[in-house]
Design a protein around this ligand. Structure first.
Ligand SMILES: Cc1cc2nc3c(=O)[nH]c(=O)nc-3n(C[C@H](O)[C@H](O)[C@H](O)COP(=O)(O)OP(=O)(O)OC[C@H]3O[C@@H](n4cnc5c(N)ncnc54)[C@H](O)[C@@H]3O)c2cc1C
Length: 434
């Protein structure tokens, strides 16, 4: 491993951020090595299930026929659940099923592998089964990494850290500060096998479509979080993301939270008979824009989840294409800095500038108030139930006659109290509307 100055750049982590950084650098003619701790890219990675195609459309125009796509997402359903009741907001569109698609479901083990192959095809050297433990710092500048291999030091003028949400290297470099626990959630996801026809019938999609279903509610155990079900071709990705603090406070394990979610009648009907193929858990950083670390120091840049680039805004859950975009921007900045021979923090400062001018920062900024909104327990314990009860009363026949919606809203939302309701309404409007 110890071949000084052979590489222009080292990329740590072959997730979407790292593979795109390595692909872009190699495409620009740079010698780049991509280090991944898993046996192959994606081997250790899991997520909910949907990738937006934005970056793929731009960089790999043939991706529709080449990438391991499960199903394009043509239906988005949001369920509010409470005590056996369910109210559903449903959107579906044929247009979303037309190539090159808006977004689609994937298995990360296949998708990440495919993306890393693009980097290798462009000339990057992929070294799997290699854990990076440390940085080599000389005269205040990062000049390489230490891997857990014999003679495992590797040097290059620039290191791009794409090592994910808990970024050990970002912390070692002093770029990432200790974050409050409230910024983190724990996600668990299992893959359940079901025949394609059953999936299409239950999710009201045709063979060229797919569904992303998200669930908000008052879960048994009072855990604050939400569930999801994404349709793959012949399986479902079913999971639950819970705020770490609420799991600890309620003394509920993430497995118990997942089971409670799966017992909800509206969920049970969708996943019934599914045979478990995979299971895994992963931390998610949900602090959004407020938790963004410093992204650059001399010889080093942070990309993807390591840079806190995840939008967890309830019905919007986005990280993969942000990771890909940040990887490309960091690679282009590194390439130009190498050209100028200036790998100092100032020489790499274009990367945060470009990121700030991109849709990634625009989205994170636009939804920056959402994380606080989602820590409000009424969003889980009160409002889903109130919405369901309004619907139940509205659809129930009664000898007194049907109540109109305003009295029903007063009856069920009135319990909150006018001040708290106004505060919540303002917080929700600020987070989501303007
Ligand atoms: C439960 C859950 C559901 C989600 N749902 C969605 C969704 O539906 N859509 C969406 O867009 N996003 C979703 N996300 C977010 C998304 O998964 C991330 O934003 C995205 O994976 C970030 O990519 P990345 O390349 O930065 O990091 P990662 O995908 O985490 O990749 C990091 C890579 O670095 C490697 N690595 C780490 N440390 C080292 C080391 N020391 N040495 C060598 N290699 C190392 C890892 O093995 C891994 O391959 C979800 C996340 C979770 C947890």
């Amino acid at each position: 491993m110890n071949r000084p100055n052979v590489y222009d750049a080292i990329v740590v982590g072959a997730g979407p951020a790292g593979s795109m950084a390595a692909w872009r650098l190699a495409s620009l003619g740079r010698r780049v090595v991509l280090l991944e701790r898993g046996q192959h890219p994606g081997a250790k990675n899991l997520f909910g299930g949907m990738v937006y195609s934005l970056e793929l459309r731009k960089h790999f125009p043939d991706f529709v026929t080449q990438a391991p796509i499960e199903r394009p997402v043509t239906r988005h359903a949001t369920y509010f659940l409470a005590n056996g009741r369910s109210l559903n907001l449903d959107f579906s569109s044929e247009t979303l099923g037309e190539p090159p698609y808006n977004g689609f479901t994937v298995y990360r083990s296949r998708f990440d592998r495919w993306l890393a192959e693009r980097a290798v095809e462009a000339g990057a050297l992929l070294v799997p089964s290699t854990v990076v433990d440390d940085l080599i710092v000389e005269r205040g500048r990062v000049v390489g990494v230490v891997t857990r291999r014999e003679e495992g030091e590797l040097r290059a003028p620039v290191v791009i850290c794409a090592d994910g949400v808990l970024s050990l290297l970002g912390k070692k470099a002093g770029l990432i500060r200790e974050q409050p626990r409230a910024h983190y959630s724990l996600g668990v996801r299992e893959v359940l096998a079901l025949p394609a026809g059953t999936i299409e019938e239950r999710f009201q999609i045709d063979s060229g479509g797919g569904c992303a279903a998200l669930f908000v509610g008052d879960w048994p155990g009072r855990v604050q979080g939400g569930g999801f079900v994404y349709t793959n071709r012949e399986s479902l990705s079913v999971g639950f993301v819970a705020q770490l603090e609420s799991l600890e406070r309620e003394r509920v394990s993430i497995n118990e939270a997942l089971e409670a979610f799966q017992r909800q009648p509206a969920v049970r009907r969708l996943i019934r008979g599914g045979e478990r193929l995979e299971y895994g858990a992963h931390i998610v950083a949900e602090g959004g824009y407020r938790m963004r670390p410093r992204l650059v120091r001399g010889g080093m840049m942070l990309v993807g989840d390591a840079a806190g680039l995840v939008l967890a805004a309830g019905v919007l859950y986005e990280g993969v294409h942000y990771a890909m975009h940040s990887g490309v921007l960091a690679a282009e900045t590194a390439h130009e800095a190498l050209e100028r021979g200036d790998l100092s923090a100032r020489g790499l400062a274009d990367y945060p500038r470009r990121l700030d001018a991109s849709y990634v920062t625009r989205n994170l900024k636009a939804f920056r108030h959402v994380p606080r909104l989602l820590t409000n327990s009424r969003m889980y314990r009160v409002y889903p139930e109130a919405m369901c009860r309004v619907a139940e009363d509205f659809f129930s026949a009664d000898a007194k006659g049907h109540a109109k919606l305003l009295p029903l809203l007063r009856r069920h939302f009135g319990k909150v109290g006018p001040l708290a309701a106004l505060k919540d309404l303002w917080a929700a409007a600020r987070a989501l509307f303007f």
